[in-house]
Write a protein that binds this ligand. Structure first.
Ligand code: FES
Length: 157
């Protein structure tokens, strides 16, 4: 299926481009706009981003596959990222990871059948001082305990 940016997003991309010295430098925010519109970054989406920015598709692909905030398949309505990097790990991240996996019956990069939840184990998200942490879509939840995680997951049901 061909992907085209909406008129509104084309305007946003024009604004984004003005903030960067080159089109290549603007690739990350443009990918993010695409993901907001499409839900994930498919092959067609990457082609359209490359075309709009007049850059090589491999530049888009390398960014999409490097950063965990971009997805190459449709994720859940609530995409839950659990950091298990050093600071979080030292403060119990793996207990939380196991707890979330069990509660949602999902493995890494799994999506629930109803499309409501998806789960991802991630590297440091820059909230180390407030470890352990998880993110639910754009919202960070920090200084977590198993009880707090339980409350967060229950609130999403
Ligand atoms: S180690 Fe988890 S946010 Fe940095």
């Amino acid at each position: 299926m061909t992907f085209k940016f909406s008129e509104e997003n084309l305007k946003k991309i024009e604004e984004v481009r003005k903030k960067y010295p080159t089109n290549l430098a603007a690739v990350m925010p443009v990918i993010y706009i695409a993901q907001e519109q499409n839900g994930y970054i498919s092959n067609e989406v990457m082609e359209e981003i490359a075309s709009i920015l007049d850059i090589d598709k491999v530049n888009v692909l390398s960014v999409v596959t490097f950063y965990t905030m971009y997805h190459t398949k449709q994720m859940g309505k609530y995409h839950i990222q659990v950091c298990t990097n050093v600071s979080c790990m030292l403060r119990g991240a793996y207990e939380i990871w196991d707890q979330v996996k069990e509660k949602l019956s999902l493995d890494n990069m799994g999506v629930s059948r109803d499309g409501k939840f998806s789960l991802e184990e991630v590297e440091c998200m820059g909230a180390c001082g407030y470890a352990p942490m998880i993110a639910v879509n754009e919202d960070f939840h920090e200084n977590l305990t198993k009880e707090k995680v339980e409350q967060i997951l229950e609130s999403l049901k």
